[in-house]
Design a protein around this ligand. Sequence first.
Ligand code: BGC
Length: 514
Amino acid sequence: MGGFVITGLPDIQTKFEGKVTFYLVLCALIAATGGLMFGYDIGISGGVTSMDDFLLNFFPLVYEKKKRAKEDNFCKYDNHKLQLFTSSLYLAALVSCLFASKMCRGFGRKITIQVSSIFFFIGVILNVGADNLHMLIAGRILLGIGIGFANQAVPLFLSEMAPFHVRGALNILFQLNITIGILVANIVNYYASKIPNGWRLSLGLAGVPALILCVGSFIISETPTSLIERGRHAEGLEALKRVRGTHNVEAEFKEMLHASETARQVERPFMSIFQRTSFPQLVIGASLQFFQQLTGINAIMFYAPVLFETLGFKNNVSLLSAVTIGIVNVLGTIVSLLTVDRIGRKLLLLEGCLQMFLSMAAIGAVLMTNTGLNQALDSDSAKGVVIFTALFVTGFAWSWGPLGWLIPSEIFPLETRTAGYAVAVSSNMLFTFVIAQVYLSMLCRMRAGVFFFFSMWIAVMGVFVAVFLPETKNIPLDEMVTRVWKKHWYWKRYMDDGTRSFKATDILYDAYSY
Ligand code: BGC
């Protein structure tokens, strides 16, 4: 692959050589398995909570309610403890990603990824052996800590390792793993629901991705950026040459050195993200994650089997429909991976909004006109709900799913990157928690209206993207401030005008290359 000439910096013209090497792809594939842990967990909860022997063991009241023939369709799973099973994980992830951000900055991305797999693995052991609700929830909390660490470190790792012109694609490997994790979980649930105590198998297999990540993490390199950030310049230079597969990394190395010199002057990154100059990235990072959850995706992902059962599908049919949705989710993500660095982030997000808006509203309309309190959907309407759900998920899969993680990982300058990204991740976890906790109650109270609620939010986020989101395609990470934020029609007012000097970094580079 050829070199790329970048213009637009005030006093330097940068030439980056952007090879995609085997080692880079290997590192990216291994780190991205962090997404498998997250995805498997998202997919497993809904199926497990609709298995009878799981309910009998831990939630006997829900089991009773489910069996009562005359129970209101929309309300049979409305139980706070059951919702807490799903959502406790996100609460733990929310808090832990703040610690993970400190670890990422102080000790590196690689060790943070390793720690994540260990927490996750211990959580799995507790879950598999659980014989009371406390053990079950304690296990969920450890899984959540693992996920908080992984979701903080993995997308940053991918974005920092990637040459800028394929950054989108490499980063989307994370989301691709999330979707594969969800799909595998749905398939596992489908079979596990047929065997006694199958829920233990479902929860236990979560250990597999954690193991892959833990073992694989010994092969991956630390990101050059993180090494340089921690003062290990010579190692950073070597790592950069290795992942880029060339000795011609001078320009990129200098830019990283410069970014790290600037970052070094910031002593308390968590405070500096609340400064005026960080405001644009903070708003975009946090709101993309907040909006991602308000699409209603997890109303579908966590509860697809429960939702389909609520609509009167039989247990196995509902898991099978969830598997179909899972396949569509993976395929849509692949489309995003192949297109994001060519057509850009904004267009994908806007198209996604349109598609999700229409399909969410259509699901609401079908349910509003069809579902009485106790009867199942007629077969045409049931098919309609599955088709519109699949359309919704495809729209999400090539837009807000991957880009919700990609964009916040690429917009912050180094000095605020780990802290800013932690705010974005915790915003995701917070709203994932809220939706997981209240969705079944919303469904019970608002009924079909809940789908209109989500489509209204989707319209709002479409407008937000059109007006406020700058395009970040093909911009090197360390040039975001100069080439994106300082040029944006609205956000530029928050940026200072200081130009970046490269003199000191020239000297440092010379010192390390000889
Ligand atoms: C979101 C998850 C969601 C998943 C669906 C992710 O990007 O963060 O909340 O369940 O996509 O594929």
